[in-house]
Write a protein that binds this ligand. Structure first.
Ligand code: GCO
Ligand code: MG
Length: 418
């Protein structure tokens, strides 16, 4: 890869400093698995990128180790766009969650290096502040409606202005999003847990949950709900219409979105705002949804959407169609992704909301960071780059443990969407 500047080139010294001399994939499991890419330059400045894909961590680690890292050594870390184009076009087998998560890890690490070399926090490199803090939503859940309402109350007491609410469904053994004590962590076993799903029972319960939440907590708190891809378009339209009186901030993943046109059916029947995209990995997964204004929030985040370089294009395209960002931010996205996302949230003009689930204390110790939660908003720090580091010695103490996400079947055994 001929990137060496001609002798006497004005940039010669600087670009030598930016030369990538090492890139390492760090897999650690402080309570759950994370994959991190660390790119080091000749100057000693290094950058970090999150490469975690829940349940498929080693696929991304191998993609990086075998197919990306050898191409990075000797490159100019300052050529962020060119590296992105090289990794995207050069993959030949374009897009997909593994490829785009690997590209994202490189991209974020290079933006982190740029910030550190420039002595600027990432949001300054993107265009400066559009807001002080990023409105966040927490995850409240309960085994039944009463417990869920109590959990929502606790988040309101902690200062959250927006809360996602999920509750158990009578007759459904393991409904989505219901934690057993500690923070909800779906990847709980080496092989997928098989769960049984009943849409009729769910459609009976969900409207009652939000009727109760509005009765208990009033209209000021923003309420969100995640269907997690489980309804057909017409069922999603029914739920969105049934929830209209409760004025949700958004209804998420109402139906699987490979068929982007299916959202036209939901839109025709309801004004409940719609969010989708945590499983998307490129602008092409949501182009129709956005340009036809079939959704209100796009959830595709930095770690799975090809990094800052691609998600910035996606956010700008969304802005043209009055669609706002609502980044995915579950515990299976590392603090490195959260750090980069918060800088993006601080800059992006069409910001909507940021999902925020508390990481475990072990995770926070492995990934020291400078972002802080205050009065229902997350504030990125002023450190150069994205403000998140990794304690490699501590990370080494948490070996990888194979974990996969659950699967779901209908009561008659039909394979369904988890
Ligand atoms: C969310 C997501 C998570 C996912 C998890 C998968 O809205 O935060 O739906 O709950 O299930 O990120 O790894
Ligand atoms: Mg979700």
């Amino acid at each position: 890869m001929n990137q060496k500047p001609e002798s006497g080139h004005p940039e010669q010294g600087a670009s030598r400093d930016r030369e990538i001399v090492d890139a390492r994939v760090i897999v650690t499991c402080p309570g759950r698995n994370f994959v991190t890419l660390k790119i080091e330059t000749r100057s000693g400045v290094y950058g970090l990128g999150d490469a975690t894909l829940n349940g498929r961590e080693l696929a991304v680690a191998a993609y990086l180790q075998e197919h990306v890292v050898p191409n990075l050594i000797g490159r100019d870390a300052g050529r962020i766009e060119d590296t992105w184009q090289f990794l995207y076009r050069g993959a030949y087998w374009r897009r997909g969650p593994v490829t785009m998560t690997a590209i994202a890890a490189v991209d974020v690490a290079l933006w982190d290096i740029l910030g550190k070399m420039a002595g600027l926090p990432l949001y300054r490199l993107l265009g400066g502040r559009s807001r002080e803090g990023a409105l966040v939503y927490g995850h409240a859940n309960g085994s039944d409606i009463g417990e869920a309402s109590e959990a929502v109350g606790r988040f309101i007491e902690q200062g959250f202005r927006a809360v996602r609410a999920q509750c158990g469904v009578p007759g459904v053994k393991k409904a989505y999003g219901i934690s057993s004590g500690r923070a909800y962590e779906p990847a709980e076993s080496e092989l997928p847990v098989e769960t049984v799903w009943s849409t009729p029972k769910y459609l009976e319960t969900a409207p009652k949950l939000f009727e109760r939440l509005r009765a208990d907590h009033g209209n000021d708190v923003e309420l969100l709900h995640d269907v997690h891809h489980r309804l057909t378009p017409i069922e999603a339209a029914r739920l969105a219409r049934d929830l209209e009186p409760h004025r949700l901030f958004w209804l998420e993943d109402a139906t699987p979105a490979e068929n982007q046109k299916s959202f036209e059916l939901i839109r025709k029947h309801s004004v409940t705002p719609l969010a989708v995209g945590e499983v998307f990995n490129s602008i092409w997964d949501c182009k129709h949804l956005i340009e036809q204004q079939l959704i209100d929030y796009i959830r595709t985040t930095i770690v799975h959407g090809g990094g800052i370089t691609h998600v910035r294009r996606l956010a700008d395209f969304a802005a043209l169609h009055q669609v706002r960002t609502g980044f995915h931010g579950a515990t299976d996205l590392s603090p490195v992704c959260m750090g980069a996302a918060l800088h993006f949230d601080t800059w992006v003009p069409n910001f909507g909301i940021q999902e925020y689930m508390f990481h475990s204390d072990e995770t926070d110790a492995v990934f020291p960071h400078d972002y802080v939660l205050r009065d229902g908003r997350l504030y990125c720090g002023e450190s150069p780059g994205h403000g998140v580091d990794i304690d490699e010695a501590l990370a080494a103490k948490f070996p990888y443990a194979p974990k996969q996400l659950p699967v779901a079947r209908l009561e008659d055994g039909t394979m369904w969407d988890w």
